[in-house]
Design a protein around this ligand. Sequence first.
Ligand SMILES: C[S@@+](CC[C@H](N)C(=O)[O-])C[C@H]1O[C@@H](n2cnc3c(N)ncnc32)[C@H](O)[C@@H]1O
Length: 361
Amino acid sequence: MAKHRPPAELPACYAVVIPGLETVAAAEIEQELGGDIKRTGPGIVVFRLPEIDERILELRTTEDVYLLAWGTDKLTYRALDLEKIRNWTAHDADWPRLLQIHHAIHPKPKGKPTYHLVTQMQGQHGYRRADAAKALARGLAGKLPASWRYAEENAAVEVWLTIQGATAVCGLRLSDRTMRHRTYKLEHLPASLRPTVAGAMVRLADVRAGQVVLDPMCGAGTILAEALAATGGKITAWGGDREAKALRAAGTNLRRLGGALLARWDARRLPLADQCVDRILSNPPFGKQLSRPEEIAGLYRRMLPEYDRVLRPHGKAVLLVSDPAPLRDAAQAVGWPRLEQVRLRVLGQAAQLSVWQKARS
Ligand SMILES: C[S@@+](CC[C@H](N)C(=O)[O-])C[C@H]1O[C@@H](n2cnc3c(N)ncnc32)[C@H](O)[C@@H]1O
């Protein structure tokens, strides 16, 4: 009688996220994929899934997702790490199994497969990134089929080693650039938001089908695009901006997602009825690229009473700003309690996501 073998345990996965968004991404992994979070570190979430299939590529708050070959949070910063990296790569990872799962999600291309190695390193280590890359390559020797060719671009399989301080993760990349950049984003503007941050805002706002969702300063429309994508187009999306160029970009980006009602307006005087929207999600100018810092407090003071007027009782607002003090003052003036706050870095700048609720009718 054939022996019954239990199915081989699936490898863990990890996601690279914008630093600060680890908790939001972990919640998405748990709620959308039934994942079990193993650990989080700055910009990294390690998790296990009951099944690994293409649904992992639909996560909206992660920059990239990988199959974990090995991971550690015990690097010593000294050169002896290099031998450990080589050893872990050579002995701790089940490369045939990882490749099998990778091929199930991305079928092998015709012809000879290609591979690419990437090493990223942050922190002050007693070795160079190039040394870590060599250690990875030495550990991988003989692990990938001999017929595979190395390719600088568009390789079928990418092996990544990411070192951040004492933490290192190594794995096969499952996502490609469309996870970060999205296919809807045809038009970009200078201060356009990263889609994964907009995805996090949609989750923090608890946007649901049937709601009216407003971005009063919509720019290229990234936040409304994420709200439409997250609900399968089942929201009423309203957006506006004072710049015609922004509205043209938003129109192009939103068309394929179900569209939005867009208008040119000043967010301090919205041509909307009282209490007509369920959610306001927006990132007003940071006062760096688009306005002067001293204008920001005045802008927030004038825009929040308008947002308060159009928001339904118990409606929520999620706002991304770089300077939280003037926003807090303006929210206090309209009596909004803050439900949650997430600190993050957007394009190297400190920023804050805050969730507010209109508590009264
Ligand atoms: C940081 S950008 C928004 C980026 C947008 N979330 C995106 O992903 O493209 C801020 C936007 O606010 C607009 N804006 C600034 N002041 C405004 C005002 N008073 N009324 C309406 N729009 C305004 C700017 O034209 C700009 O498009």
